[in-house]
Design a protein around this ligand. Structure first.
Ligand SMILES: Nc1ncnc2c1ncn2[C@@H]1O[C@H](COP(=O)(O)OP(=O)(O)OP(=O)(O)O)[C@@H](O)[C@H]1O
Length: 293
């Protein structure tokens, strides 16, 4: 296993946010971690990247216990993260933000920089723009692009769809799939379970700090309990219908990422009328809300 958590407990003071989480991510996989608000998804990612430490249990990366390894060393070891809320540096340019992703590296990052611009042409167009004036979707692209500059073996993505218009969510998820196709393992945290399960090979369901289900993603997509809890209710075995029941965002997400491992039928829902893609009309004057959340 590339990444393994064994019986991980994490506390915030007296609050036990993770109550014995065990999960595995194999090389080349896209693994999703889904769950409701406060389930512990972000805490799990922070524990892997070294921003939180375990009160009990272990985190293994490439077979080695990294529990006492500081965060910057984990980045160098190959753990990259695009955090919830993106965490871009608003006063720095797009280009400077990308370079920050390679900050801890001593080797040449020319290839990864070119790849980030290739995957996200919007970033190439806006390379001198102050990152804080980018739209929410563009900032998400920047956060992922910056993480790629660290040349990660595993990329931890925390809610990449948060606050984005449906069309843009689709675009971001397609790019995540492409990043995986090019060889990077992905651990994806999402509240947007529909989209996450369509993209992932395997998935875990986290509830109040505990893993309650683990299965191939396609199996969870078809699971009535999962559908009822996370996919807007089971309304007859049609993912599109389930998506329709969970609101306009999920409806638009019903289109599967191209060539993905998802096994669910393409949903039939259409994007809600009047939904616009904020990144397309983002102007460098900062008129757009930087985060759309
Ligand atoms: N800094 C903190 N101090 C105290 N409690 C925290 C802190 N961060 C998270 N928690 C608590 O830990 C639990 C797990 O939070 P976490 O952010 O990991 O959940 P999540 O699944 O990512 O939720 P969401 O989808 O709402 O972002 C929650 O009960 C939360 O209130």
């Amino acid at each position: 296993m590339l990444l393994e958590l064994k019986d991980v407990h994490v506390h915030y003071g007296k609050i036990e946010a993770l109550k014995g989480v065990s999960l595995e991510v194999g090389e080349g996989e896209i693994v999703s971690l889904i769950g409701g608000n406060g389930a512990g998804k972000t805490t799990t990612l922070k524990t892997i990247s070294g921003l939180r430490s375990c009160s009990a249990g272990s985190v293994f990366f490439e077979g080695a216990d990294i529990g006492s390894m500081p965060g910057h060393r984990r980045v160098l070891a190959g753990i990259g993260q695009a955090p919830e809320g993106r965490g871009i540096f608003p006063g720095m340019s797009v280009h400077e933000n990308l370079l920050m992703g390679a900050y801890a590296r001593k080797d040449d990052h020319t290839k990864e920089l070119a790849e980030a611009y290739e995957l996200f042409p919007r970033l190439a167009e806006r390379r001198t723009q102050a990152a804080g004036t980018m739209s929410g979707g563009e900032q998400q692209m920047l956060a992922i692009g910056r993480a790629l500059l660290s040349k990660p073996k595993v990329l931890l993505l925390d809610e990449p769809s948060m606050g984005l218009a449906p069309m843009l969510v689709q675009q971001i998820f397609s790019i995540i799939e492409e990043i995986n196709r090019r060889g990077t393992t992905i651990l994806l945290v999402e509240q947007n379970a529909q989209q996450a399960l369509r993209l992932a090979h395997r998935a875990y369901v986290l509830e109040t700090g505990r893993i309650v289900r683990s299965a191939p993603a396609s199996e969870l997509l078809d699971d009535p309990q999962v559908r009822a809890a996370y996919l807007g209710g089971d309304v007859g075995g049609d993912p599109g219908a389930a998506a329709a029941a969970s609101g306009p965002e999920s409806v638009a997400l019903s289109k599967p990422a191209k060539g993905g491992p998802a096994k669910g039928e393409p949903a039939k829902g259409e994007p809600a009328k009047g939904e616009a893609e904020p990144a397309d009309d983002a102007e460098p004057d900062g008129a757009d809300a930087p985060d759309g959340e």
